[in-house]
Design a protein around this ligand. Structure first.
Ligand SMILES: *[C@@H]1O[C@H](CO)[C@@H](O)[C@H](O)[C@H]1NC(C)=O
Length: 144
């Protein structure tokens, strides 16, 4: 179901991730990367096959909304064990959710499930964004 999920689901996951990230790295961190000088979040996402959404969600409040607070030498967690999507696609100009999902052989529903920062009509997808394109749904949100 994809009614009005993006803001609520994202906020819930961010809150959860911040709690988990109380220590330096979240519990169950499956892989890490060290920030290099000049890196953006999307550079790191593209280099390590981690979605833009997952990188932000896993690192909770260590990464601010615009991702302007990274610093060289900082260790980021890239994914949590069993919730770690490493099948990704970097969006190029002109792509849509339909074309990305089609190329990956998955449904738009699965694409949206794994990338809950996208709105349901995908108008906020941007060039350089890294999307999880796995056929397995990794992002689970509890509806309350
Ligand atoms: C990212 O995924 C591509 C395509 O599957 C693969 O060739 C590459 O080795 C992966 N890179 C990393 C760092 O896992």
């Amino acid at each position: 179901m994809h009614t009005s999920f993006s803001t609520t689901k994202f906020a819930a996951l961010m809150a959860l991730a911040s709690v988990v990230a109380g220590t330096n790295l979240p519990d169950g961190c499956a892989r890490t990367a060290v920030v290099q000088s000049g890196n953006t979040c999307d550079d790191i996402s593209a280099a390590y096959n981690v979605s833009t959404y997952q990188l932000a969600a896993v690192n909770g409040d260590m990464i601010n909304v615009g991702c302007t607070n990274l610093y060289p030498g900082e260790t980021l967690c890239l994914g949590i064990k069993d919730q770690d999507c490493d099948t990704t696609h970097v969006v190029v100009k002109g792509e849509t959710c339909y074309s990305v999902a089609g190329a990956a052989g998955i449904s738009v529903t699965t694409l949206l499930d794994n990338n809950p920062n996208l709105n349901t009509i995908c108008t906020n997808m941007y060039t350089g964004e890294v999307l999880c394109t796995s056929s397995h749904v990794y992002v689970s949100i509890t509806y309350t």
